[in-house]
Design a protein around this ligand. Structure first.
Ligand code: ZN
Length: 121
């Protein structure tokens, strides 16, 4: 484990220096993810079912992916952004995780995968 985490820009595949980018997640996709699960819960309530079918599960959206990127490499959009320097060390990532756990929508994202990836850096 190194003390600094190197984040790579998804669009250009080069490292993102402090002050030059963000770790971001698309909030529009997060809202769509949450709506799909809410609708499934509503169908279950209406029919009195407890479980879901394999086909229903297969139709559900994937977790929304966090991506690192340079500010200059991505268009302005509806994202939740964490400055890259705020996730530069493992201690910072733990601090951000504590903050993210207060977000109702964090489960719609792949933050768990981000943590697993960070643990290997
Ligand atoms: Zn880039």
């Amino acid at each position: 484990m190194t003390s600094r985490i190197t984040w790579t820009c998804t669009p250009c595949d080069t490292p993102v220096d402090d002050g030059k980018g963000y770790l971001s997640v698309d909030l529009t996709a997060v809202a769509e993810h949450e709506r799909a699960w809410d609708e499934l819960d509503e169908r279950k309530r209406e029919t009195g079912r407890r479980g879901v079918t394999a086909s229903e599960l297969a139709d559900m959206p994937e977790h929304v992916t966090w991506e690192a990127a340079h500010t200059k490499c991505v268009p302005e959009s509806n994202t939740y952004d964490i400055p890259i320097d705020a996730v530069r060390t493992h201690a910072y990532v733990i601090e951000q995780t504590a903050h993210m756990m207060e977000k109702s929508w964090i489960g719609a994202t792949n933050w768990t995968s981000v943590l697993r990836w960070c643990a290997l850096q």
